[in-house]
Write a new protein. Structure first.
Length: 367
C-alpha cells in the first residue's frame, strides 16, 4: 500500500517592500495578506451580478511584514483599520482571500494536519478583555491547564504542577489556581490569560490590546511582565494597540495602518522620531503629551473616516489628506507602494498628498 507523499510546505518567501526576505531571524513573514468580506450580496447568474451589486469590505488589503525572533512588531491605527483582522488571519481564526503566511520558513496554508497542530501550539494570543476571554464557570487550573490537557499527554498531576509554575511565573500564587475568574482583579485576570498563552511554550504571541482594558496603574506592571517574559523565553510578539506610548515602549518595529493598508513602517524609534506620513503625524499629535506643560497642536484630518466598503481605488488616504490631491496623478487610481525613506529600515507610502510638510511634522519628547 502506498501513501500520498506529504506536500512540501517549504516555499520561497516572496519579496515585499519593507521586508527583508533573506533575514534568518524572521520567525513570521506575512506577504500580500488580504481579507475582503462580501456585503450586500447581489443575485448572480453564472458568476455575474444580475440583481443588485455585491460590495466588498476590504478589512486587510495587501499587507506584508516580518516579525523577528525575540522582538515585538507593533500594529497601530484607529479602530477599524484592520489590525485585529490581521491578527485573526495569523491565528487562523479567519482564512485570507489572498496572500501567504510563512512561519519559520513554511507556508502555513500548505501545512499537514500535524504541522497545523504544531503551528497552533506555537502561535498563541492574549486578548483585550481579560473578563470576556476567561470562562467564568471554570477554575483557573482548568483554564490554564486546558491547552495542556488537549495537546499533551501529561497526567492530571503533571498539569496541576505545571499550572502552578505558570501562575508563579506571571506573578500569581499556586493556591489561586482553585479560584474562579470573578475572584480576581482585572490585572490578575490578564495575568491568567498570559499564563494560558505560555502553557504550550509558544514562539509567537499575538497581543491584541493587552492593557487597554486595565487601570492605568496596572498597565505598566503587565507591560513590564510581558517584556520580562519575552527576554526569558526569547518570544516574538505582535502587539496590536491604539496607545502610542505602549507601542513605543514595547515594540522594536512599528507599522501604521489605515483602511487595511500599511502606510508607514520601520524601526520604532525612527518612526516616532521622524514620522513621514501625514496620518502617522496626525496619530502622534492626538496622543497625550508626557507632561501637562507640553503644548502640541493637533493635526485634524478633514472629512470622515472612509468606509472600508469599496474604498478609493488608488491611495486609500487621498480623501483624508489636508493637501491638494491631483486626481490625474497615477496614485489617485493605482495603489502606491511603500518606498524607502531616510534610514535603511524606514518605509512609507509616498504620494504628493501623503508626505507631511515640515510644518505638519510632530516632534515627540525623547523616551
Amino acid at each position: 500500500m502506498t501513501t500520498k507523499p506529504e506536500e512540501n510546505s517549504k516555499s520561497p518567501v516572496p519579496e515585499a517592500p519593507g521586508c527583508n526576505t533573506a533575514a534568518k531571524d524572521a520567525i513570521l513573514q506575512v506577504r500580500g495578506l488580504r481579507k475582503w468580506y462580501p456585503v450586500n450580496k447581489a443575485v448572480t447568474f453564472f458568476g455575474r451580478d444580475i440583481i443588485g451589486k455585491t460590495d466588498l469590505l476590504k478589512a486587510v488589503d495587501d499587507v506584508s511584514f516580518d516579525v523577528a525572533i525575540g522582538e515585538t512588531f507593533g500594529l497601530v491605527g484607529e479602530s477599524g483599520c484592520g489590525k485585529t483582522t490581521t491578527g485573526k488571519l495569523i491565528l487562523q481564526l479567519e482564512k485570507p482571500n489572498a496572500g501567504n503566511i510563512f512561519f519559520e520558513g513554511e507556508d502555513v496554508s500548505k501545512l499537514s494536519k500535524a504541522g497545523m497542530r504544531n503551528y497552533r501550539s506555537s502561535v498563541q494570543a492574549v486578548f483585550q478583555d481579560p473578563w470576556a476571554s476567561l470562562n467564568p464557570r471554570m477554575r483557573v487550573n482548568e483554564i490554564v491547564g486546558e491547552p495542556l490537557a488537549i495537546v499533551t499527554t501529561m497526567t492530571k498531576e503533571q498539569i496541576r504542577k505545571k499550572v502552578g509554575e505558570l501562575l508563579e511565573e506571571v506573578g500569581l500564587n499556586e493556591y489561586q489556581s482553585n479560584f474562579f475568574p470573578h475572584e480576581f482583579s482585572g490585572g490578575q485576570r490578564q495575568r491568567i490569560g498570559i499564563a494560558r498563552a505560555l502553557a504550550l511554550n509558544p514562539k509567537l504571541i499575538i497581543l491584541d490590546e493587552p492593557v487597554s482594558a486595565l487601570d492605568v496603574s496596572i498597565r505598566a506592571q503587565i507591560m513590564n511582565l510581558l517584556v520580562d517574559l519575552q527576554d526569558e523565553h526569547n518570544l516574538a510578539y505582535i502587539l496590536i494597540a491604539h496607545n502610542l506610548a505602549t507601542v513605543r515602549y514595547m515594540c522594536h518595529t512599528t507599522a501604521v495602518m489605515y483602511l487595511g493598508v500599511i502606510q508607514e513602517m520601520g524601526e520604532t524609534e525612527e518612526v516616532f522620531n521622524n514620522p513621514q506620513h501625514i496620518y502617522t503625524n496626525a496619530l502622534m499629535s492626538a496622543a497625550l503629551p508626557s507632561h501637562p506643560d507640553i503644548d502640541r497642536d493637533e493635526i485634524v484630518l478633514p472629512g470622515e473616516v472612509v468606509s472600508p466598503i469599496n474604498p478609493p481605488p488608488g491611495d486609500v488616504f487621498q480623501s483624508r489628506s489636508p493637501l491638494d490631491v491631483d486626481l490625474k496623478h497615477k496614485y489617485a487610481s493605482t495603489r502606491p507602494p511603500l518606498v524607502q525613506v531616510g534610514k535603511k529600515d524606514h518605509w512609507v507610502v509616498d504620494t504628493p498628498w501623503s508626505i507631511a510638510p515640515e510644518n505638519m511634522k510632530v516632534k515627540l519628547e525623547a523616551r
